[in-house]
Write a protein that binds this ligand. Sequence first.
Ligand code: ZN
Length: 341
Amino acid sequence: MNASRLDDFLALSRANPHSLAPFSETLPDGGQIQVWDTGVVCIEPTAPANKDLVLSCGIHGNETAPIELCARLLGDIVSGRLVCRQRLLLIFGHPAAMNLGVREVEENLNRLFSGAHAKGEPQTMERQRAARLEQYVTRFFQGRDGTERLHYDLHTAIRPSEYEQFAIYPFTHGAPYHKGQLAFLCDSGVDTILLAHGPTTTFSYFSAHGFGAHAFTVELGKVHAFGENDASRVAKLEHNLARLLQAPDWQPPPLDPARIRVFKVCQEIIKQSEGFCFHFSDAVANFTEFSPGALLAEDGDQQWTVGDKPEAVIFPNPGVAPQQRAALMVVTAELSADMLC
Ligand code: ZN
């Protein structure tokens, strides 16, 4: 086969970080690979199976392990080593931030979905990108009806975590949690699940709420620079994603509830002013637990304390702007049979 412009789509996207004119090529197995924009590529198999999968990474530009994972999967599809039998929309979220080695250029892209990009000024680079990514996901899911829709939005965290790999299950508005998806995540090494407590403006909630997709924000460990990730740490997920794409009949082993750890949000700590401070170290790992009654944070007259059950902290960040979330507090939760489907 001739050299393809898609041999290194990530490099092509990073060389054209703001936009890339659409083009398409034929895959070795006869399927179509369509470039829709920088970082956005759609694979249309000749006879697609029953799932439509959005796989996104690099929504935060410096979260390189998932970017490298997706680049390997795409490389295998382009070369023909992996025959993709499901429709796939693969997204490298923020090439401009990748080039600068930063999480974001002007603001957090993963707070701008479900229309949040259109509210308020200024029109930042991330707002323009969120609007376009919404259009692409809409176009992809609307391309077909009656299929199982999936979206895994892959991230890594700023800080270490007591549980290295965890997924955030977007708010379901009361709908039950999907056993097959929890089984897939657990079998992929993502054995800690955080149940969100309300609507958000994240990419995964956009696909879940807008398109009925089984969608998750998946955290795969700690941030490292390009080339410094240990691929073996994400090998289980990578292997299962490849199976999902090439073997339509494959299913993970059934969910064993004893193998997953489930948390739910019990309080949000919202920074009120520049006087805000935590009463624990900045270096604390995600899911670090605090005892009932412990003082967590203070801001002027306001104090946040642990309730009557132990609480663990996630995503603490005292540097956010006032009125933004400085941390989430979570408690362990049970998934009873009536909460699952
Ligand atoms: Zn992230």
